[in-house]
Design a protein around this ligand. Structure first.
Ligand SMILES: Nc1ncnc2c1ncn2[C@@H]1O[C@H](COP(=O)(O)OP(=O)(O)O)[C@@H](O)[C@H]1O
Ligand SMILES: [Mg+2]
Length: 299
């Protein structure tokens, strides 16, 4: 019987809506499971056949520690997805890597340390005269944390906000706000072993008045991804695997797409480390995931 550690943290377990259906599905296939806090020093990670990254979402404030933990666990047993994926995927600089490999992504300007944030925002707005608003966010983040939308007339406030993120040690992303998200939402596509499983629609999180929604379940709904979306998502997964030099396809991954001004899908986010997989929206998806995992572990 294979034993699997499902990795979470105390603060995130209550909002990990994938955990209950996944535990059920793994049990159905006769796998032994244990929900584990990655920071629990008493756990013997070597005792599991696989350690599955599920919801260790407090990594945001301690990324170097979390990455070291991933590497330590990987030296003892199978970590899924592997540590190299965590290193790549938990910092949105990967958008530059995807774009360099020809994947359509949201136009992104990085503000690295030492750069003038006001100048970077002026440059972004000048490069996108058609764009009304601008989005400022940290390169390391999740759950819309510290993501802010500003009107073009608030470029100065946007620069001040970016400066405050830099002062707190974050590097920063600025993007034009792609307004079609208000009408058509965002599409999140879930893949297992490079095979499309299901998708959801997520409502726009950044309201024009500056309010930031958190992506609770009521702001998500089942949706089929269309052919153009699937082509972009698959290109993104292929490019990421190529960039990292992976020998095997990613066990799981989620690709988040919004539409550009012309209505073409572009990558907003690639979540291939510890994604919400939206299993509750797709009957059968938890079992599909469990089957792929069982196959990967050889039985
Ligand atoms: N450039 C953008 N245009 C439109 N909406 C955006 C843009 N960037 C972020 N958003 C909105 O903010 C939310 C959070 O941003 P995202 O880049 O997905 O970061 P996180 O890692 O916090 O989920 C998205 O779900 C989307 O609704
Ligand atoms: Mg997101």
């Amino acid at each position: 019987m294979k034993s699997i550690a499902l990795v979470t943290c105390a603060a995130s377990l209550p909002i990990d809506y994938d955990m209950p259906p996944l535990l059920d599905a793994l049990a159905t296939l006769g796998m032994q499971t244990q929900v584990c806090d990655w920071e629990d020093p008493s756990i013997d990670w070597a005792g599991f056949d696989a350690v599955l990254l599920r919801s260790p979402w407090n990594y945001i404030d301690q990324l170097p520690t979390f990455l070291r933990w991933c590497e330590r666990v990987e030296s003892m047993t199978t970590l899924l997805n592997p540590a190299v994926v965590a290193r790549f995927a938990l910092d949105k600089h990967y958008l530059a890597a995807l774009s360099s490999l020809g994947v359509p992504t949201v136009p992104t300007q990085f503000i690295e340390s030492g750069m003038d944030p006001h100048e970077a925002i002026r440059a972004l707005l000048a490069a996108h005269p058609e764009s009304g608003d601008v989005v400022v966010k940290p390169t390391i983040g999740a759950y819309s944390k510290n993501v802010q939308r500003f009107a073009r007339e608030q470029a100065h406030e946007a620069g001040d906000y970016a400066a405050s993120l830099l002062a707190n040690g974050s590097l920063v992303i600025v993007q034009p706000y792609l307004p079609l998200v208000d009408e058509v939402g965002e599409t999140n596509l879930t893949y297992f072993d490079n095979a499309y499983s299901h998708a959801i629609r997520k409502s726009a999180m950044l309201l024009a008045d500056g309010t930031v929604n958190v992506p609770t379940l009521d702001l998500r709904a089942a949706r089929e991804a269309d052919e153009a979306e699937r082509a972009v998502a698959e290109a993104a997964l292929r490019a990421a695997a190529q960039y990292m030099g992976l020998a095997r396809p990613l066990l799981y991954g989620r690709v988040d797409l919004i539409r550009d001004k012309q209505g073409r899908p572009v990558v907003l986010e690639l979540d291939i480390c510890e994604p919400s997989l939206n299993l509750p929206f797709a009957p059968g998806s938890a079992l599909r995931f469990a089957q792929v995992l069982a196959r990967r572990l050889g039985g």
